[in-house]
Write a protein that binds this ligand. Sequence first.
Ligand code: ZN
Length: 44
Amino acid sequence: MRPECNTGGEELYECFDCGFRCESGGTCPTCDGELRHLGRSRDL
Ligand SMILES: [Zn+2]
């Protein structure tokens, strides 16, 4: 079980290393990778 942020907001960030998604950018809490901005979550 991996931690996940609430993805119900407009903005979405994703770690391309492990797939972790979060509403706020920065560093991935699970693999220490970079969270990249994907834009609005509805695009996915
Ligand atoms: Zn990650």
